[in-house]
Write a protein that binds this ligand. Structure first.
Ligand SMILES: [Zn+2]
Ligand SMILES: [Zn+2]
Length: 265
């Protein structure tokens, strides 16, 4: 191991040691991934719910709202939160618990990944998820039966808001949960990569649905406009035959399904 690689390992090792010492039994519990996913959804969504509730009274944020004539109500937010709770209790936790019973967790590695390994693995997992969901998403829009039975729930709102990222059928939540959990395992990634990927996927999914085009949003600073974010996904809810990718834009550009604000009309 050369000196730069070993120094990269050293960056994450104290954090990893702390996790192993303080939380090794907790992270191996079947409750951990469910709590991580649900608390991520709540923490990432809540600040934007506050911005939504301030509405037009807070011009600083309201000026960036994409569909200014459509404001989410408290009732709409509550329905989404309850649907997320229902899906996690009825579908996600029993599945994770069954999987935990059938395949008891293996012991965690002693070494942390290097920063480069973590970043590379995270990017690889996100790109794989992006392709998987793109194909799934196109299929569930092109096939009327699949759309009606599975994906239509998510299109209940033409103007997305943060809590609506998990306004999903149980089957759709299970599918995306399966990929975000299994991709890092299948690719042989470090557990820290898996947890980082899970949280990042949830954050990016909330970011897709915030309904605001902030100047500091990731899609404004990502190179070559290849990250979709809130603007691209808001347009998908307005024009459901476009912008199928969940995170990036390259598959929509390659397949001719990309739509920008100037092309909307
Ligand atoms: Zn959506
Ligand atoms: Zn859709």
């Amino acid at each position: 191991m050369n000196s730069s690689t070993s120094s990269q390992h050293l960056i994450l090792q104290p954090f990893w040691d702390y996790l192993l010492t303080e939380f090794s039994s907790s992270v191996n519990s079947p409750v951990f991934p469910v709590l991580l996913a649900f608390s991520g959804y709540v923490c990432f969504s809540f600040p934007f719910a506050v911005i939504d509730m301030m509405g037009v009274q807070c011009h600083f944020f309201y000026q960036y709202k994409i569909q200014k004539n459509k404001q989410p109500t408290i009732r709409m937010m509550t329905v989404c939160i309850w649907k997320a709770v229902f899906n996690h209790v009825i579908y996600v936790f029993p599945t994770v618990f069954l999987n935990w019973l059938c395949m008891p967790p293996v012991s965690l590695p002693v070494s942390a990944p290097s920063v480069c390994t973590l970043l590379g693995e995270v990017l690889g997992c996100l790109l794989l998820f992006d392709l998987q969901y793109f194909i799934w998403h196109v299929l569930h829009h092109k096939n009327y039966w699949l759309y009606k039975k599975v994906h239509a729930v998510h299109h209940e709102y033409v103007a997305p808001f943060s809590w609506s990222s998990q306004n999903l059928s149980g089957y759709e939540l299970m599918t995306v949960g399966f990929w975000s959990t299994m991709n890092p395992i299948q690719l042989g990634c470090h557990p820290l990569t898996s947890w980082t990927c899970n949280l990042l996927s949830i954050w990016m999914s909330v970011d897709d649905h915030i309904g605001y085009d902030f100047p500091w949003s990731l899609h404004r600073i990502f190179p070559l406009g290849l990250y979709g974010g809130a603007l691209a996904h808001d347009l998908h809810h307005q024009k459901p035959g476009t912008n199928f990718s969940p995170f990036f834009r390259h598959w929509d550009i390659i397949c001719g399904t990309s739509c920008s604000m100037s092309e909307k009309a």
